[in-house]
Design a protein around this ligand. Structure first.
Ligand SMILES: C[S@@+](CC[C@H](N)C(=O)[O-])C[C@H]1O[C@@H](n2cnc3c(N)ncnc32)[C@H](O)[C@@H]1O
Length: 282
């Protein structure tokens, strides 16, 4: 069997070398001393966690990137210990990101609430059949049942490679499970592909999110998803915000991976709830 052509291989290796060269930039916030200090998570525990997360990449089929997960794990370690609330993941697939979140949740003593149909995507609406990802010049298409990871697979991966004891599962489509959720939330990750899937998650989670809590989306580079965070009518109609929160990374994702087009990109973006002007450096 023939491998990929030489130029493709070369480009891939150059990208990898570049990523390695940039490692200190990506890892600097994660390893900074104040992050995790309140939870007694120092340098060596961080190295151990990173190593486990890295190994899990080869054990579990995962849709989110390693760097994406490092950024989010650092964010969970940053949440002040005094902030009451749980961590939420919507969209687990086979449990790749879930497993790594469970490890950090065990370290900081928080529950991880996992929402999924465990049967893949629902039937996409007309508006969700095609998503435009202009930054990578791609169209994404979806079908019912895509990204199916059964409950048994996710549970087994968590048992073997993560920490099952911190996990609480909410099985079903989000429009059924989300409205019943009541816990205060300090961090949320929505990796749900469809705008129609994201809406019930954001609607409920934003109301439960603590001030200065972060909500990440894994489809920040889909115009149909990024748009939600900038639509005043949507946020007003649900009594969530007078002005939409916006999305850091909206349209092309936060700059984690080299795009090959002269800029950095990813699929990850985030919104922060109720940031006050006084929280920001002048
Ligand atoms: C791309 S996968 C998640 C990938 C995972 N976070 C990872 O890093 O490997 C999307 C997940 O969202 C779930 N999903 C999407 N829409 C849903 C809905 N409306 N209700 C419940 N689950 C949904 C799918 O079942 C699937 O597990």
């Amino acid at each position: 069997m023939q491998g990929p052509p030489f130029r493709k291989k070369l480009a891939r290796n150059v990208r990898r070398a570049f990523l390695l060269l940039c490692a200190p930039v990506y890892l600097w916030p994660y390893f900074s001393r104040e992050i995790g200090a309140e939870y007694n998570v120092g340098f060596f525990r961080k190295v151990r966690l990173l190593w486990k997360m890295y190994r899990n990449r080869f054990r579990i089929v995962t849709a989110s990137g390693f760097l994406d997960q490092i950024v989010m794990v650092a964010e969970i370690l940053k949440v002040p210990k005094s902030a009451k609330g749980v961590v939420v993941e919507c969209g687990s697939y086979q449990g790749g990101s879930t497993t790594n979140f469970s490890l950090v949740c065990a370290m900081v003593g928080r529950e991880l609430h996992v929402f999924d149909s465990f049967a893949g995507l629902p039937e996409p609406t007309e508006a969700d059949k095609l998503h435009k990802c202009l930054a990578i010049k791609e169209i994404r298409t979806f079908r019912k049942g895509d990204w199916c990871g059964t409950f048994e697979i996710v549970r087994e991966n968590l048992r073997r490679y993560g920490d099952l004891s911190v996990c609480r599962f909410h099985q079903g489509y989000f429009d059924q499970t989300m409205p019943q959720f009541q816990e205060p939330v300090v961090f949320a990750f929505c990796d749900v592909d469809l705008r129609a899937s994201l809406e019930p998650c954001v609607e409920r989670l934003w109301a439960l999110l603590q001030d200065r809590g972060t909500l990440f989306t894994h489809e920040a580079n889909h115009m149909e998803i990024a748009g939600l965070f900038f639509e005043p009518e949507w946020w007003k109609a649900r009594g969530l915000e007078e002005r939409p929160p916006g999305l850091v990374g909206g349209g092309s994702g936060i700059g984690l991976y080299f795009s090959g087009q002269g800029f950095f990109r990813s699929t990850l973006g985030f919104a922060i709830k109720n940031v006050k002007v006084t929280d920001l450096a002048a």
